[in-house]
Design a protein around this ligand. Structure first.
Ligand code: ZN
Length: 177
């Protein structure tokens, strides 16, 4: 029996689950507190996930927080590589993916511009954020998969739950950065 075809909505929700799990787990790995991660719709956008941080507003301009922003697109890219999403995505899905993905990268770019002394320094800062985000997403992938699954099932996962899953992966021999 063939598996049923994914609807656009299901497909976007699954990818969004990985995206938000990437933000959340990398935040926890860097000691940034989070209240919860959610897939619950909040507005008219096609993609409606969110992670709510405990960070003070001024700390949202820090290097670790930039890495956390970049971890969403990184986890999403990795999920697209490994997830069983082999059917041709519809135009709606492709548009929603590209529209959403640009948001986090813009924030990272803006933060880097605020701190950089020139174009070369800007490039270097963005590369640093990108490579650390990619490395952490790779190292924390087991936990990201678990958190994405919990999001998929329950729609909202608390920071406490995510920290518990993070520690559980450590105890069962998950890779360490
Ligand atoms: Zn994001």
């Amino acid at each position: 029996m063939n598996k049923p075809k994914w609807t656009d909505r299901e497909r976007l929700e699954l990818i969004t689950a990985y995206h938000e799990a990437g933000h959340a787990v990398v935040a926890v790995s860097m000691g940034i507190g989070i209240r919860y991660a959610t897939l619950r719709p909040r507005g008219p956008e096609q993609r409606t996930g969110a992670v709510v941080f405990r960070t003070k507003p001024r700390d949202q301009w820090s290097f670790p927080h930039s890495v956390v922003w970049m971890a969403g697109p990184e986890a999403e890219a990795r999920a697209l590589d490994v997830a069983d999403l082999d059917e041709e995505p519809s135009e709606t899905v492709v548009k929603a993916l590209f529209g959403y993905d640009g948001n986090d990268r813009e924030i990272v770019m803006y933060h880097a511009m605020m701190h950089s002394s020139g174009p070369r320094d800007l490039r270097k800062r963005i590369d640093e954020v990108q490579s650390l985000a990619a490395r952490l997403v790779k190292n924390e992938w087991k936990t990201i998969v678990n958190v994405a699954a919990a999001l998929w099932q329950n729609k909202t996962v608390t920071g406490k739950e995510i920290r518990r899953m993070f520690k559980a992966t450590r105890h069962t021999g998950g890779s360490v950065a």
